[in-house]
Design a protein around this ligand. Structure first.
Ligand SMILES: *[C@@H]1O[C@H](CO)[C@@H](O)[C@H](O)[C@H]1NC(C)=O
Length: 259
């Protein structure tokens, strides 16, 4: 009897510190290093193979939008947890709990705290079946000009006219919509007379080399966009206005059918 009582006391008082499968973020309510409860203890996640689909599962679990969720390849925030509980996480994005995704335990190999998995969750974005990194030009008189919108994990986003919105970035956008590129003009919607977007801006502060396939490969600064809220409607930085391009190509009779 006393052994039973003791073990009951021990379990209640010491063993169960958290509920398995629960997740939390270290830095802000919508962003930071991810901590997960496994075997009654909080631990961090290693960022190897960490991506936006993994972040969708975390953001959904926390009650935020799974669309526009970012699982960054950069570690902006480190966890306070003593050890990584999960590595090599490969979610499809549809799972309701991170422990339902394929993953390996920490013992497989070691991963330093400088490589903690980070997420940035968005609130109030609408979903779209677009492919991440694809681009569309909105509000121009043909499909080669307009406000730039980039698909970020199943959500269309305007582009912040921050540092990084330059000729290299604009050429990447134009290359995506035209294979016969002759000339690129870039600027803001207000400069070209295109309509400003109204949704949440998720990408900006690029570092493009010029040979990237799309703007998401230009390492957007997600901390500025999601955590600091730069380029939001209510924010000073949206004074720069949404990014726009005029791509001039050698149009064929075929293009004109679809313009
Ligand atoms: C996740 O995917 C990577 C790349 O395909 C693979 O090397 C890794 O083993 C996968 N993780 C698990 C737990 O299967």
């Amino acid at each position: 009897m006393s052994i039973l009582l003791f073990s009951l006391f021990f379990n209640v008082a010491f063993a169960q510190q958290c509920t398995d499968g629960t997740v939390r973020l270290t830095s802000g309510s919508t962003y930071g290093a991810v901590e997960v409860c496994l075997n009654g203890e909080w631990g961090s996640i290693c960022r190897d193979f960490w991506n936006n689909e993994d972040a969708s599962v975390i953001c959904r679990q926390l009650g935020y939008s799974p669309y526009g969720a970012i699982g960054s390849s950069t570690t902006y925030y480190s966890s306070h947890a003593a050890a990584h509980k999960m590595i090599d996480v490969n979610c499809t994005g549809a799972e309701t709990n991170i422990v339902n995704c394929p993953y390996n335990g920490y013992s497989s190999y070691s991963c330093s705290t400088g490589r903690d998995a980070n997420v940035f969750c968005a609130v109030g974005v609408s979903s779209s079946s677009c492919t991440s990194g694809s681009v569309r030009l909105v509000g121009g008189s043909n499909k080669y000009q307009g406000r730039v919108e980039v698909c970020v994990n199943q959500a269309w986003s305007s582009v912040c006219t921050s540092s990084g919105w330059n000729m290299k970035a604009a050429r990447i956008v134009c290359h995506q919509v035209s294979s016969n590129l002759i000339n690129v003009n870039y600027g803001t919607v207000s400069a070209f007379g295109f309509p400003q977007g109204s949704g949440r801006v998720l990408v900006g502060y690029f570092s493009c080399d010029g040979d990237e396939a799309n703007l998401l490969e230009c390492q957007p600064n997600y901390r500025y966009m999601y955590a600091y809220g730069y380029c939001q409607n209510s924010n000073y930085y949206r004074k720069y206005y949404d990014a726009a391009v005029m791509c001039e190509g050698e149009y064929t009779w075929y293009d004109s059918l679809f313009a």
